[in-house]
Design a protein around this ligand. Structure first.
Ligand SMILES: [Fe+2]
Ligand SMILES: [Fe+2]
Length: 181
């Protein structure tokens, strides 16, 4: 019996691996005083497309949306709000990271500090966020949903995932063409 939190928890394992790499990268940037922009771009793409759009997308647009219609306990309600706030915080950290990387590319070496700071913000945010979901919020959340509701949710998550690769590469083409225009 697959629960809708199953695929989300599998995605957590992939996010954790990237976050561990970013922890090493933050130390290496801090130590060397140089940034590998291509590596950073691929980390930003991972966080935006996979961790945020695909993963937080399923959490917020499907799981949290349906739970908002349920009579959640005060504790579960406030935990869900905390999780949403943490997603917002992660989005801001990525925006600040991209902005710092752009400053670095124009020759502003002071931007290195901001890059390290935002990398460490993400490294600090994700492991406890994921643990809160895996160990506390997700198991609690499943108790509000019937088997039929869970099945419908799984199907919707699957359809959501199917859209992602098309959305991603459509946006790659659009960005490329905007740069060429
Ligand atoms: Fe989350
Ligand atoms: Fe999550």
């Amino acid at each position: 019996m697959v629960m809708p939190i199953g695929p989300l928890m599998i995605e957590h394992r992939t996010i954790e691996k990237m976050i561990a790499l970013l922890a090493v990268e933050a130390d290496s940037v801090a130590e060397s005083g140089t940034v590998h922009p291509v590596l950073l771009d691929s980390a930003v793409d991972f966080i935006r497309t996979y961790a945020d759009r695909t993963h937080h997308g399923k959490e917020e647009d499907i799981l949290f949306r349906d739970l908002a219609k349920k009579d959640l306990s005060a504790q579960d309600q406030s935990m869900m709000q905390e999780l949403i706030n943490e997603h917002t915080y992660a989005r801001q950290a990525v925006r600040d990271l991209v902005e710092a990387k752009e400053r670095y590319l124009t020759g502003d070496t002071a931007a290195i500090e901001a890059i390290v700071e935002q990398l460490r913000a993400l490294v600090g945010l994700y492991p406890p966020h994921i643990e809160k979901e895996d160990k506390h919020f997700f198991p609690a959340a499943m108790r509000y949903l019937s088997r039929a509701e869970q099945d419908a949710m799984l199907e919707e998550m699957h359809a959501f995932d199917q859209k992602m690769i098309h959305e991603k590469y459509k946006s790659v083409v659009e960005q490329f063409s905007a740069q060429r225009a």
